[in-house]
Ligand binder design. Structure first.
Ligand code: UT7
Length: 323
């Protein structure tokens, strides 16, 4: 059977690093509060010339270089983002043009922090359905542009950045030993809309709006939703937590990551944590964490890797990949 195999990874971060202490003169907060409650120590913030498209392009180029491929080799670009350069056209098409790619097709996927997990699942279906052989899957965000910088309960949590994967069609035997995307489980439930949303949009206010979040409410649901969808993925694949080599969760809060891993029985040393370095970069958080763990040699060919995310909507999901 056809499997969607990871061929390369890449990442891009804005030049400017903002430390927790840099917020202390702006809103009533402290390095200690942010670090203790979230695990975040710093985040990258995009300059005016750094956009979702430019960061996404840079991450895509890095992933292509890692794969030893050029844009000519790619059939499809799926970009997960909630902070597009423009309302339309899709920022994926802008990235396609920036890459000098004038064949194939590209589109955006909007599932907020779960965007990358949705995008990998979608790309896998295009590959297995025979519509694409090589897909660039990108998560790129500039959440700094939609933050209310006077709201301490949200502005300290998010950061900007991009990560990318190249997925390529390969042959598999149809077993859990195959390389590639092995199983996935996706969920959403709009009843939770008001707990995490942006208070603007083209069809309502005609403005871009700002991110609004009832953090405690999101936290309350997060661990249960994450662990449910992971257990569904384990059961679809016929594996258990002990079979995993790496757990690469959405990087929103270290306490949510720790509680989810503990509930699932995933050993601490198998958990990839980058929330301290990047903050919550929404759809970019999982591919950024992946690229860190691949670059430092933790994730290697043949490893069984579980990706997970949960965010606005709510949306949530998990994907199991043999690297
Ligand atoms: O990526 C999408 C998914 N998003 C998430 O997963 C986020 C989920 N939520 C969270 O990570 C946490 O709920 C937060 C980090 C947002 C907040 O942590 P918490 O432990 O749930 O704190 P809290 O909201 O219960 O607030 C505790 C106190 C409050 O003061 P009072 O009411 O106890 O006097 C807040 O006003 O902390 C206060 N507070 C702050 N204090 C200092 C809120 N933000 C800050 C701040 N600095 N930045």
């Amino acid at each position: 059977m056809i499997r969607s195999v990871v061929r390369g990874t890449g990442a891009a971060l804005p030049r400017r690093i903002m430390k927790n202490a840099d917020f202390e003169g702006m809103v009533e907060t402290s390095d200690e509060w942010i670090a203790q409650r979230t695990g975040i120590r710093q985040r990258h913030i995009a300059a005016d010339d750094e956009t979702t498209a430019s960061l996404g392009e840079a991450a895509a180029r890095a992933a292509l270089a890692d794969a030893g491929l050029t844009p000519d080799d790619i059939d499809l670009i799926v970009l997960a983002t909630s902070t597009p350069n423009n309302t339309f056209p899709a920022t994926a098409v802008e990235i396609q043009n920036r890459l000098g790619m004038h064949h194939g097709f590209a589109f955006d996927m909007q599932a907020v922090c779960s965007g990358f997990v949705y995008a990998v699942t979608t790309a896998d279906l295009y590959i297995r359905g025979g519509l694409a052989k090589r897909v660039l899957v990108i998560g790129s965000e500039t959440f700094s542009r939609i933050l209310d910088w006077s709201d301490r309960s949200t502005c300290v949590l998010f950061g900007d950045g991009a990560g990318a994967l190249v997925l390529e069609a390969g042959e598999g035997a149809g077993t859990i030993a195959d390389r590639g995307v092995l199983a996935a489980s996706l969920r959403s439930d709009g009843v939770h809309k008001d707990k995490l949303f942006v208070d603007g949009g083209p069809s309502t206010t005609g403005t871009v709006g700002h991110l609004r979040m009832e953090g405690r409410e999101v936290f309350k649901h997060a661990v249960g939703m994450i662990t449910d969808v992971i257990e569904a993925t384990f059961s679809a694949a016929g594996i258990s937590a002990a079979d995993l080599d790496w757990f690469v969760p959405h990087q929103a809060n270290k306490r949510i990551i720790d509680a989810s891993a503990k509930k699932l029985g995933i050993a601490e040393q198998k958990v990839v944590v980058t929330v301290d370095l990047h903050g919550n970069t929404s759809a970019a958080s999982v591919p950024l964490a992946l690229s860190v763990a691949v670059a430092d040699g933790r994730i290697k060919k043949g490893d069984l890797v579980l990706l997970e995310a949960m965010g606005g909507g709510f949306t949530w999901g998990a994907v199991l990949v043999r690297w």
